[in-house]
Write a protein that binds this ligand. Sequence first.
Ligand SMILES: [Zn+2]
Length: 50
Amino acid sequence: MADPDQTDPTCDVCAALVVQRAECYRLRDLSGVVDCNVEIRQHPHTEVSR
Ligand SMILES: [Zn+2]
């Protein structure tokens, strides 16, 4: 499973989602992990152009 890790480090929402996803992994809450991944992917800056 590929997790979206190309999050904008300056984005508070993505940072929070990454933290939340790690917490879900720790709790073995896979549906929570998927939810976080979906939310991260849906964030508008997934296609980062430098
Ligand atoms: Zn974001």
